[in-house]
Write a protein that binds this ligand. Sequence first.
Ligand code: HSE
Length: 430
Amino acid sequence: MSQEPFKVAIAGLGTVGGGTVKVLRDHADVIAKRCGRPVVISAVSALSKDGLDFDVSGYEWYGDAVDMANNCDADLLVELIGGSDGIAKTVVEAALSAGRHVVTANKALVAHHGAALDKLAEENNVSLNYDAAVAGGIPVIKTIRESLAGNNITKVQGILNGTCNYILTTMREEGRDFADVLKDAQELGYAEADPTFDIEGIDAAHKLAILASVAFGVEINFKDVHVEGITHVSAVDIQFAEELGYRIKLLGVALRHNGTVEQRVHPTMVPLSAPISQVEGVFNSTVIDGDAIDTLVLVGRGAGELPTASAVVGDICDIARGLSVPTFSVPVNELKQVPTRAMSEHVGAYYVRLSLMDEPGVFADVAAALRDHNVSMEAMIQRGREKGKPVPVVMTTHETSEANMTAALAAIEALDKVVEPPRMIRIENA
Ligand code: HSE
């Protein structure tokens, strides 16, 4: 074994930073054997040492992460500060420019600036690894970049946000409403005090845009991802989904078409027979379709101190071993700029819930609106009837285009006897 240690600097000592210190410290012996050299922390940086539950006295301390990125003696800097811009971006740029490898768990930074940072890494002949940024402890980036390098990947989809999966699972299991379960999730520490990025689907969209780039060899295009969160999912839709043989998940779906890429994050009904429908609570899952592998399903913890640190340390070990892989699977100048397909062109099946007055002829009017826009109904359920009150009616459709479905829903909403805007959820054979 070479005795020359591989030196690591860590910027940010929050939950994942602390986990990374602990994994590198507690598994130092086996990591040294696996990497063929010791991997040591030489420097750390945070705003304060207050509240740290691990000892940092053996590491050079920097109060300023940019100073550390420029001046420490480390071979590699780990960025665990977070945020798409500001200090995190400055630190990563400084470290790459100084010829240091970078490992980051920062999905927002990679989703917004991945191609520019990749270019900087290549110019400085260093690696930029970010497996922890997508689905936490699940090694999905490594799997796509390395293990599936011989595949033509056509589709990547997944449950990419544990907070949303916890909320949807709890709503289903306990028959409770979204707002009520969100409050619990915040009290349990699963959801942030400001949960916007999670529940509005933005966190999942960051991860999906990264996955699409790595899987399809295209430049990241986060701004064109179609994003819908889970705030409008109701307990009644979850119950009807179950009755129809589906489960509702916040799914990120990326598909490669001829000349375009489809990228969308939205609540989705997946069949109970699909493995991803059984992934519950805070767990994440990714499903990858390739021409050689067929379908590969990965399941694991998408967040948390040690699972995310596991991915960070895996990335560090690859670089310490001398393994160098193009950041997004192919060199940066080979990444294609491919337009994102308009949602109106999406083709799929749909679930629709209507609230309508159960009077003679109303179904005929709804059926006519569907027929006029080329939407074919698959199944319908109506429960209960109270004179003078609206009833819920749910239906599923056969495959049609989103443009057709949108036009049919507008026509249905305009009917006198339909008393609320229809609720629509896309169906995916995940
Ligand atoms: N907030 C994310 C989640 C974890 O709930 O899955 C970090 O991306």
